[in-house]
Each structure stands twice: as C-alpha cells, then as structure tokens.
Write a protein that binds this ligand. Structure first.
Ligand SMILES: Nc1nc2c(ncn2[C@@H]2O[C@H](COP(=O)(O)OP(=O)(O)OP(=O)(O)O)[C@@H](O)[C@H]2O)c(=O)[nH]1
Ligand SMILES: [Mg+2]
Length: 197
C-alpha cells in the first residue's frame, strides 16, 4: 500500500474499551504502544502532520482506551493506552492488559506494533516484557526511540546502543525520533511503508 504521508485525510473513528466494540477489521492497522507519557500520541500527531488530533498531555495515563484513527479510507492508526503508570488501580490495569493483549494477538489486520521507548532512559522491565511477548507471539513490531531532542548529540548513539543491546535489536531495526523536531520522521515512514507493502 503506497501512501503519501504529507497531506493525509485523517479522522478520529472511535475509542474502544471492550474487545467486542472493535471496528470491523477491514483495513491494515498500525498500533502504537509504550509506557505512559513516552510520547505515543505526540508521535502519531507528528506522523500525520496534525498538531493535536490525538490528545497529548503532560499527565501520564491520558490515553485510556484503544483510539482508532482512519487515514485516507484505507489504514487505521491505533493509539494504545500506556503501561507502567503506577497510579492506575490494579483491577483497571488487568482489564487494560486483557484488552490490549487480546487485541494485539487476535487482530488479523494488524501489520505492525510501533513500540516507543524514551531514548533518555535505559531499558525498563515492561518494555522488555512487551518486546519479548511480541516476539514470542509472532506479532511484527518496530522499535522507535523517541525524545531524541532531549539527548545531547554525543550521547544519542550511546543511549541507542544500550537500548539495542537490552532489547535485542539491531540498529537497522529501530528508528530514532523526535516528535518535537520531526527528526527521524522520514526513517519512520519508510520503516512503516515496509510493513504496509
Ligand atoms: N521534547 C519532547 N517532548 C515530547 C516528545 N514526545 C512527546 N513529548 C512530550 O511528552 C509528554 C507526553 O506525550 P504524549 O504524546 O501525551 O505521551 P503518551 O505516550 O501518549 O502518554 P499517555 O497517553 O499518557 O500514555 C507531552 O508533554 C509531550 O509534549 C519528543 O519527542 N520530544
Ligand atoms: Mg497518549
């Protein structure tokens, strides 16, 4: 599927809190996962050139449902709730986990899960857990190390190498990105196109 990512028609479709409410799987899908506050929603906004179509906040735990966005009548982008936010009650946490893992495993139209990690931090247990689980489950994923603008130039490569080693990926299989500057957007797009083609 060939898309020009520059001037896309994107519309919000729905927020989903239950597996039974998922939209019909009629289009290829890309889902965005990562810790609370890592920048999932910001990354999607940058990707589609929209300032705030996807709600962004300084408050972790902003996105609490699976939010579906339709791109050009032919692709769903799915903003997932973040993990690792301690203040969420345990019962709710389990419900989310159930919803998200069943979505990721069963969604036949899901082409790729973009796993977003903060380039400033080392590997977090939950990131490794997710990546390991996706690998074991055969769900295709792409790692994106974000907030590149927050890391000094001479530190960027070192941080990325530590994440690569900790998560078990090669430099060819991840993308460095900044939602603030748009740095890395071209690489992200070509990586995504690969999953969509
Ligand atoms: N400097 C910088 N800030 C960023 C970047 N990406 C996101 N942020 C900021 O990080 C905060 C969280 O961004 P969100 O996009 O809401 O993060 P999220 O992962 O969707 O968060 P939840 O929905 O709560 O899980 C906001 O204050 C963003 O402006 C980036 O690349 N660089
Ligand atoms: Mg969000």
């Amino acid at each position: 599927m060939i898309l020009s990512w520059d001037s896309l028609q994107v519309s919000f479709v729905k927020s989903v809190f239950k597996t039974s409410k998922l939209p019909i799987p009629e289009f290829p899908e890309i889902a965005f996962a990562g810790r609370s506050n890592v920048g999932k929603s910001s990354l999607i906004n940058k990707l589609i050139n929209r300032r705030n179509l996807v709600k962004v906040s300084g408050r972790p735990g902003k996105t609490q449902s699976l939010n579906f966005f339709l791109v050009e009548d032919g692709l769903y982008l799915v903003d997932l709730p973040g993990y690792g936010y301690a203040k969420v009650p345990r019962k709710m946490k389990n419900d989310w986990q159930g919803l998200i893992s069943s979505y990721l495993i069963n969604r036949e139209t899901l082409r790729c899960v973009v796993v977003i990690v903060d380039l400033r931090h080392g590997v977090k247990a939950q990131d490794l857990e997710l990546v390991t689980w996706l690998r074991g489950s055969g769900v295709p994923f792409l790692l994106v190390y974000t907030k590149l603008d927050k890391v000094k130039k001479n530190q960027q490569g070192k941080n990325a190498a530590l994440l690569d080693a900790g998560l078990g990926v090669s430099a060819a299989n991840r993308v460095l990105f900044s939602a603030r500057t748009g740095n890395g957007k071209e690489n992200l797009i070509s990586a995504l196109d690969h999953f969509l083609s």
